[in-house]
Design a protein around this ligand. Structure first.
Ligand SMILES: Nc1nc2c(c(=O)[nH]1)N[C@H]1C(S)=C(S)[C@@H](COP(=O)(O)O)O[C@H]1N2
Ligand SMILES: [Mo]
Length: 533
């Protein structure tokens, strides 16, 4: 008889593993259900949502606005590990009292079901049904685990219940891991709904109507790029290795939102409601939108959380319908002051109504760089308002626009400590070199700069605290988009620091004093240190 066949006393670690696997199985049931129904959300995603909503103000201010980066993954992995940890504890409790363990299981399961039910798109009834199924599956798994956990408080002395067969246990544990993994895999991968992506692929955006020739700022440029027939594209761009392209490709355009799972919206059933302080509220479907005259504008979108020199900014050509037209049709009432937009997942952002008619681009956008909006960037429709940070304007996965008064109506981030009015601040960034080493000789120093709404008049560079020196500017299409800049630097061996600043057409000089992003956008000059060899 080998050792594996010998019944051994159950070590606590065995109980902990059994508890963990029971929790994993319950999570797996949730993932499967979320895959089957789009009226459900994964337990993990839902609980992460609860954590975000409940996070203390300080955490929210410091980091959650920039969820879009690795933090989301960290949060989801953290919730998963936390749940498995709770399962382990429940497993240990089950050694003493199965009844208490099952009670705890039900309690945590209810928490999960509640978290799912509060998701904006979830069905409350379904959430509780799936919660019930998941808890039952998990609890049965735990109680039936071949751990020899006591099955009732009375038969604790029964050796069959306090000793386990090691080989049997390993087999069981492997089987349970595979089952939990399979449920999750089937839910996440096999049943993942690709229909919205396919619907998006089928969309052909009508050609935008001509909106006149670009207003260009002329300046020395290095290369003459392909001449574009698109009136909103620049005709000449600066090219230098590492310099941001004038138009940011959709694939690398920064993404920021509170959505832990991206809303999947079928354009065929989507509609936008225009309501609030209007005489004639109405609904607009996606096809209605495409029959209207579409226009195209190149607009720089920036996140308020973007640090000096940061990457939460991009420049794209947006296709859509002027927001003014969309709102006019509803006949705004005289006391309407604010455009309060809401996404299907409950995110809101508001800005002064005046901005839709003050000459700036304010679009109900359906296209980005010539394609339908990518799903992560708000498919099928979003707002883009030039000169305003995204959190007060650029609502993705839009479902409702409500005209309101200014007072007592705040968007998502306002009660969380961010400024209610948030124009994009003048800024400039060095893209090359980004530090490290460069060879002596003439080296390109290049980057991008923006100054909504006046546009960038000049960009200047200072090396080692020396005088500000003028840079060459690429062509731009006005104040709403960034401009590329280039400085030909005569690099001499040694350690050097390079600083950049922009000056707006309205005379604003980019301030040098560092200011944090919260509450209304970072300030300060971008500095890069390099070693010239
Ligand atoms: N539905 C929704 N829209 C949203 C947000 C969000 O969290 N949810 N975040 C806003 C913020 S803070 C920014 S900076 C921009 C970013 O848009 P992008 O992800 O397309 O770059 O989207 C805005 N629109
Ligand atoms: Mo943002």
């Amino acid at each position: 008889m080998s050792e594996g066949d010998t019944p051994l006393p159950v070590p606590p670690v065995g109980s902990a593993v059994a508890g963990m696997l029971s929790a994993a199985l319950a999570l797996g049931v949730g993932e499967l259900a979320a895959g089957i129904s789009n009226r459900l959300e994964s337990f993990v995603v839902a609980v992460a949502g609860v954590i975000i909503d409940g996070a203390p103000g300080g955490v929210v201010r410091a980091s959650i606005e920039t969820l879009g980066t690795a933090q989301k993954t960290v949060l989801l992995v953290g919730v998963t590990i936390g749940t498995l940890g709770v399962g382990a504890v429940v497993g240990l409790v089950a050694r003493r009292s199965p009844t208490l363990a099952v009670t705890l299981f039900v309690a945590f399961g209810s928490l999960g079901a509640w978290a799912v039910s509060r998701e904006p798109l979830a069905s409350t009834g379904l959430s509780w049904v799936v919660g019930g199924v998941a808890v039952t599956a998990g609890a049965i798994t735990l109680v039936k685990a071949p751990l020899g956990i006591v099955r009732s408080d009375s038969d604790r002395e029964d050796p069959r219940n306090t000793y386990a067969d090691r080989r049997q246990f390993l087999g069981w544990a492997t089987g349970m891991s595979v089952a939990a993994g399979a449920l999750t895999g089937v839910g996440r991968v096999v049943l993942a709904d690709g229909s919205v992506g396919k619907a998006r692929d089928r969309i052909v955006l009508p050609d935008p109507v001509r909106i006149g020739l670009p207003t260009t700022t002329t300046g020395p440029t290095t290369t003459t790029g392909p001449t574009s027939t698109n009136p909103s594209s620049p005709t000449r761009t600066i090219e230098a290795t590492g310099l941001s392209p004038y138009l940011t490709p959709n694939e690398i355009f920064y993404r920021i939102d509170t959505a832990l799972s991206v809303p999947m919206i079928d354009p065929a059933t989507w509609s936008l409601s225009i309501e609030g302080l209007v005489a004639e509220p109405y609904r607009l479907g996606f096809d209605d939108l495409l029959t209207m005259d579409l226009v195209e504008h190149t607009v720089t979108l920036c996140c308020v959380s973007n640090e000096v020199g940061g990457s939460l900014v991009g420049n794209a050509t947006w296709t859509g319908v002027p927001l003014e037209k969309v709102l006019q049709r509803a006949r705004p009432l005289p006391h309407a002051e604010q455009v309060m937009a809401r996404s299907v997942d409950g995110f809101t952002a508001g800005f002064p109504l005046g901005h839709v008619s003050d000459g700036r681009t304010a679009l109900l956008a359906v296209g980005m760089n010539g394609e339908p909006l990518p799903i992560v960037h708000g498919f099928p429709a979003r707002l883009v308002v030039a000169g305003l940070y995204g959190y007060v304007s650029a609502v993705k996965w839009l479902e409702r626009i409500r005209l309101t008064t200014w007072e007592n109506n705040d968007g998502y981030w306002i009660p969380r400590g961010w400024a209610k009015e948030a124009p994009i601040k003048i800024a400039s960034r060095i893209d090359v070199p980004r530090g490290g080493r460069v060879a002596a000789g003439t080296q390109p120093v290049a980057g991008v700069a923006w100054s909504p709404m006046s546009g960038v008049a000049r960009v200047e560079v200072s090396v080692d605290g020396g005088p500000w020196q003028a840079c060459e500017l690429g062509e731009t299409v006005g104040g709403e988009a960034w401009v590329q800049w280039l400085f030909r630097w005569a690099a001499e061996p040694g350690r050097h620091s390079i600083v950049v600043r922009a000056i707006g057409n309205d005379g604003t000089v980019q301030p040098s004093v560092p200011v944090d992003p919260a509450p209304d956008g970072a300030e300060g000059h971008h500095l890069v240190s390099v070693t010239v060899t």
